[in-house]
Each structure stands twice: as structure tokens, then as C-alpha cells.
Design a protein around this ligand. Structure first.
Ligand code: EPS
Length: 392
């Protein structure tokens, strides 16, 4: 239902995006949108670039008088750093960095200058994902759905978040520090680790968690692989730069447990009507369909591949063994990637909500939203009769 495309190079004039399939009638909150952009720029371990850019999105189509029209939405973001690059002679870049797209991009596209790989492979592109995701978050907000995220690991430093800490408390606590970890002491240890990594001229990866609250049950589908919403989330979050592993719920931990200790048992609430769960190891999905429990996605980010300590490589210009030449970059981008993860979850859930509700306008979606089937006995009448396979 929702499609988006981005274009732009990291140090070119601007980034652009087109968001298609978005309903009419959403009042766009510009300051909220730019608040999301600013969140992506904040994170300890960033390189010098984030001091240069002041990301504020321009909307040049699809929103008139503050309201979406239903037409494609055009978003633009200037690269302020372009001013410094535009008239410069830039030395050739011929030694590919291990882990970056430098070499594979050249193999794929036949580049004769590796900067062409770097420019489009750069995670600068994620700014546009946050812009698109920002609009999707506002759409989801009309249906009471909220999304937050936080860092649970930087390098070897892990946050043991108490199970009783509510998600809104985790989101709020994560915003109060620049590594985006909800536990202040662990945040300090993570900061220390990033500082040590910077002193060692190295880079650090980590793990973040994104959670969507008040997602209605019944989004996605079990009937075909590409309609399973959990799989669509795995793809969406896995498409972010440097993300190499994604799980829904406690998937990898579940793999080591017997089924009796994994599946979230079903109970009838005190009202005698509502079906509830006391656990959420499934991360909010059964059969690729939302259960109504929080949607939980965790993602592992590899350490940034631009390492200040030279790495061994080969100079493609003359075939000699050669060390990498340092390009300015981040030392740890996990706190900032969390915001990108939230954006990709928002885009995917907005798409699934539109798929379920149809509707060309927010008002139409709202009336259909009220009629959604819920996990209640009265919404799920059973025939309770013997049943037969009725094929020809
Ligand atoms: C990036 C390298 C750095 C990062 C950049 C991603 O940019 P530069 O080469 O200009 O120092 O800061 O991320 C952003 C610009 C951003 O907005 O997130 C890379 O090589 O992927």
C-alpha cells in the first residue's frame, strides 16, 4: 500500500524521498517531524558530520495547507556538507575498506572510482527513512499506536532491563542520555566503552530494541509468506545499513527452550470476555499476524566499517597490498540507528494498517478501525459443530 523511494548521495546537494500511497487528511505536525530528525542526529560516538548537518525536512508535494492530499509526498533534505565538497579536487579512492560497499559496489557496477560506492552506500540515506517514518508515525498516532526504541547492548556492555520496567518508562529513560539506554548506570558503562573505542581508533556495534504499543490484533496474514507481517518487519529493519541480524520477540533465546516455556498461554480476563496473555515471548505475532501484544523487534548492528586503525586491503589502482586510508566517520552509530529502526517499524506497520483498513483518507480508516475484530469471545463466535473437508 505504502511505497517509498529515496535518492541522494552522502555529500551531494540533497537527499530526496517520495512517499506514495499515503492517505489524505492527515494534519502534518512539522515540529514533531523535525524532532524525529533531530533524534537521529543525537548519539555519543558520532563523527564530525553531525555537527555540520541540521536536518530539517522540506515537504514540496502531497501536503497542502498542512494536510496530506492523498497524492505522492515529496520530501527534501539539503546536505549542508556539500558546500565544502562541490568545488574541491578529491584524491582518488582506490583502496576498498573491508566491510564497506566500496569493493562490492565496484564489482557490481564497474566503478573506476570507489567514492561512487561510498556516496550512495552511506548511512546518510537513513535521514530520509526517518522523515518518511515520521509521517507514518503520525498516521499511526491517529489510531493510538506509538513506537519507541532503546539500546540494549554496545560492544560487550549489556543492559539487563528489569521485566517490570514499562515500555513508556524505557522510552523516556532512553531519551535522557546520549547512548539511548534506559538504565543510567549501564548507559554510563556504554559511554565508557565508546570512549575507549574512540581512544583505540576503533568502532563498536551493538543491539537495539524497537517496540510498538497498542497495535491492534489481526494485522498481517498467515496465508502467504510475503504477507507475514513479522517477516516484513525483519526485512524492513534488516535493510538498514550495518544491521546484520533481526529478531521478533526473544526468538534466539526461544530457540534454546522447550515449547512449553516459549508459547504465550491464553487466558480469559476477569470480564469473562477478553482473551489475554501473561507473557509476550512471541514479540506480538502468531502466524505472521499481530496478537495485540506489543510488537518487539531487536536488531544487531555490526561495528562501523570505517576504522581509524588502518585495515589490510589491496590498492586496486596498482594491485599492491595496501592499508586503508581513513575517511571521517562515526565510531558507534547504534544510538542513532535505533531511531532509524523505529522509522522502519513505523513504515511497515502503517503499510499493514492501510492494507487492513483500506481507505483513501484518515476519516475512512478511522470508521473501519472501530469495526476491527478483536480478541474477544463475542467477536469470535464458533460454529462448534463437526466439520468436513468439503473439496470436490
Ligand atoms: C557515513 C559516514 C559519516 C556519517 C554518515 C554515514 O559521514 P561523513 O563521511 O560525511 O563523515 O556521519 O552518516 C550521516 C551523514 C548521517 O546523517 O547519518 C557512512 O559512511 O555510512
Amino acid at each position: 500500500m505504502i511505497r517509498f523511494l529515496t535518492a541522494g548521495e552522502s555529500h551531494g546537494p540533497e537527499l530526496v524521498a517520495i512517499l506514495e500511497g499515503f492517505p489524505a487528511g492527515l494534519s502534518v505536525d512539522r515540529s514533531d517531524l523535525n524532532r524525529q530528525m533531530a533524534r537521529r542526529q543525537k548519539g555519543y560516538g558520532s563523527g564530525g558530520r553531525m555537527k555540520i548537518e541540521k536536518d530539517a525536512v522540506q515537504i514540496t508535494a502531497g501536503v497542502m495547507n498542512g494536510q496530506t492530499t492523498g497524492g505522492p509526498i515529496a520530501l527534501r533534505l539539503p546536505n549542508l556538507d556539500y558546500a565544502k565538497w562541490r568545488d574541491r579536487e578529491i584524491p582518488p579512492f582506490t583502496v576498498p575498506r573491508p566491510g564497506h560497499a566500496d569493493l562490492t559496489g565496484a564489482i557490481k557496477y564497474g566503478y573506476r572510482e570507489l567514492r561512487l560506492s561510498l556516496e550512495r552506500a552511506s548511512a546518510r540515506e537513513t535521514a530520509m527513512r526517518v522523515a518518511v517514518g515520521g509521517l507514518c508515525r503520525q498516521l499511526l498516532g491517529q489510531f493510538g499506536i506509538t513506537i519507541g526504541g532503546y539500546v540494549v547492548q554496545i560492544g560487550p556492555v549489556q543492559a539487563e532491563i528489569p521485566a517490570g520496567m514499562s515500555y513508556p518508562d524505557r522510552f523516556a529513560a532512553a531519551e535522557s542520555n546520549d547512548v539511548r539506554c534506559p538504565l543510567p548506570e549501564t548507559a554510563e558503562a556504554m559511554r565508557r566503552h565508546i570512549w575507549e573505542i574512540m581512544q583505540a581508533k576503533d568502532t563498536a556495534g551493538g543491539i537495539f530494541e524497537v517496540v510498538a504499543l497498542d497495535v491492534p490484533p489481526g494485522l498481517g496474514s498467515h496465508v502467504h509468506g510475503d504477507r507475514r507481517l513479522d517477516a516484513r518487519l525483519l526485512f524492513a529493519v534488516g535493510s538498514i545499513h550495518a544491521i546484520k541480524g533481526v529478531e521478533v520477540g526473544s526468538a534466539f533465546e526461544n530457540a534454546s527452550r522447550p515449547g512449553s516455556q516459549v508459547h504465550d498461554e491464553i487466558f480469559l480476563a476477569d470480564d469473562g470476555e477478553t482473551l489475554t496473555r501473561r507473557t509476550n515471548r512471541s514479540g506480538g505475532f502468531e502466524g505472521g499476524i499481530t496478537t495485540g501484544a506489543p510488537v518487539i523487534v531487536r536488531a544487531a548492528m555490526k561495528p562501523i566499517s570505517t576504522v581509524l586503525n588502518p585495515r589490510r586491503s589491496v590498492d586496486l589502482a596498482d594491485g599492491t597490498p595496501s592499508e586503508t586510508v581513513y575517511e571521517r566517520s562515526d565510531f558507534c552509530a547504534v544510538p542513532r540507528a535505533t531511531v532509524v529502526g523505529e522509522a522502519m517499524v513505523a513504515i511497515t506497520l502503517a503499510d499493514a494498517l492501510l492494507e487492513k483498513l483500506g481507505g483513501d483518507s484518515v476519516a475512512e480508516m478511522q470508521s473501519r478501525f472501530e469495526q476491527l475484530r478483536r480478541g474477544t469471545l463475542s467477536d469470535l463466535p464458533m460454529d462448534n459443530q463437526p466439520w468436513y473437508f468439503g473439496y470436490e
